[in-house]
Design a protein around this ligand. Structure first.
Ligand code: SDX
Length: 393
């Protein structure tokens, strides 16, 4: 029982590849990583355990998980020269642009171990990326607020290290909020892989030219940056803030979306594959209500989001187009409550998606069937014609 269902030939023709990593049934709203349902992993597993599952194909034993976590911890430092790299960006540089550049840049320190067909090189690249991307992400944030960069603290867990490097300062001890850490870990699990989405297909396509893992992941970061893809979590917050600034009239905003006024979309709604509720969105919505429910001052944007969802799910425009909340609809509200600025939301998506990109690249690079990605086209340009000298045009 591999979870396979019989696809109609049309689907098989459009399928870009076969893969054993993630299974999605968009009509039934099913998502499984290596056969394990997403709700079980979100509730019972951890981000590093799920990363191991995606990359190596099986849930690790306790010893394997400890060894994997220790290896990652020991590689969390960036080469000291990289600290100057961040000085080259303007203070308001978008951290996704910093992230894609830095992922590519750090590979220049490992040029003797980037061979996609050397298993030790691939292992080292896997560990280095898992270890250093959180450090890069927190450095991009620290530079934008003019605070000193904090070195990783290897006595902390993966997510706690990220939180401390992001929100800690040298002048005082940083106390990790265990609830925040657990929720962020769970959000990374939900984002860890999602079959052949735009950024993962980009990682596969770039890697299919035998480009190394860093170059392929850097390309994936750039694809994720787009507001129709990972950038949607930032766009949802900006949409909610605009509705609030315009007086909070949700119904008139929904009407603008229905009238397709100025191309306005209900960000965080709709999906290329899910024509049902995105199973991740349901889990995120509950986490948002839990996290925001703990806040001293409730965030009015949560009420706006819940209202938007209720109105949309009762409106034929959305129901007839099978538009439901996707993973990006509620995540931004949680990230905001945690203290992350809106510009960091898509970086958090990238941190979560990293093991998926790595797993999919490793599967692709070892697939003998993989030729260089070379899509064809339907030519719609001019028919053959002869050159005319300028004087005769
Ligand atoms: C992610 O692929 C993945 O797996 C991605 C992802 C992952 O984990 O990697 O799940 C993460 O990227 C989620 C999507 C985040 N993006 C957004 O929330 C941006 C808003 N959503 C859309 O732009 C849109 O829904 C897409 C791009 C996600 C899907 O676009 P489609 O395939 O064109 O949507 P569709 O075919 O279902 O559209 C049908 C109709 C169209 O209108 P009509 O031509 O029928 O009049 O619905 C409209 C679309 O214009 N529509 C929307 C809408 N999404 C689709 N109208 C208003 N608001 C929306 N959000």
């Amino acid at each position: 029982e591999t979870g396979m269902t019989t696809y109609d030939p049309g689907f098989v023709n459009t399928a870009s590849c076969s893969s054993a990593i993630t299974y999605i049934d968009g009509d039934a709203g099913i998502l499984r990583y290596r056969g394990y349902p997403i709700d079980q992993l979100a509730e019972k597993s951890s981000f590093l355990e799920v990363s191991y599952l995606l990359i190596y194909g099986e849930l690790p034993s306790q010893t394997q998980l400890t060894e994997f976590s220790d290896r990652i911890r020991r590689h969390s430092l960036l080469h000291e020269e990289m600290r100057r790299f961040f000085d080259g960006f303007p203070r308001d540089a978008h951290p996704m642009a910093v992230l894609s550049s830095a992922v590519s840049a750090i590979s220049t320190f490992y040029q003797d171990s980037l061979d996609p067909f050397d298993s030790e090189h691939v292992e080292m690249s896997t560990i280095r990326l898992m270890a250093k991307v959180p450090t890069i992400a927190s450095y991009a944030y620290k530079k934008s607020i003019g605070q000193p960069l904090l070195y990783p603290d290897n006595s902390l867990g993966y997510v706690d290290n990220l939180l401390r490097m992001t929100f800690g300062v040298p002048a005082e001890e940083y106390e990790v909020d265990p609830v925040m850490s657990k929720v962020l870990d769970m959000l990374f699990v939900l984002h860890a892989d999602h079959e052949q989405n735009c950024s993962t297909s980009t990682v596969r396509l770039v890697g299919s030219s035998n480009a190394n893992l860093f170059a392929s992941v850097s390309a994936g970061v750039n694809a994720l940056f787009g507001p129709l893809h990972g950038g949607a979590n930032q766009a949802v917050l900006e949409m909610l803030q605009k509705i609030q600034a315009d007086g909070g009239d949700v119904r008139s905003f929904v009407q603008k979306v229905k009238d397709k006024q100025d191309g306005v979309k209900l960000m965080g709604f709709g999906h290329r594959v899910y024509k049902n509720y995105d199973p991740r969105a349901a889990i995120v919505k509950k986490a948002a209500q839990d996290v925001l429910g703990r806040m001293a001052k409730p965030d009015p944007l949560l009420d706006l989001a819940v209202q938007l969802e209720e109105i949309a799910l009762a409106d034929d425009f959305f129901v007839s187009r099978r538009l439901y909340p996707n993973v990006d609809f509620y995540t931004g509200l949680i990230y905001k409550a945690m203290g992350f600025p809106t510009k960091m939301f898509t970086v958090l998506f990238a941190l979560g998606r990293l093991p998926g990109w790595i797993a999919q690249w490793r599967e692709m690079i070892n697939d003998p069937e993989t030729k260089i990605g070379r899509p064809r086209q339907i030519y719609t340009g001019a028919a053959e014609r002869d050159y005319l000298p300028a004087a005769e045009r």
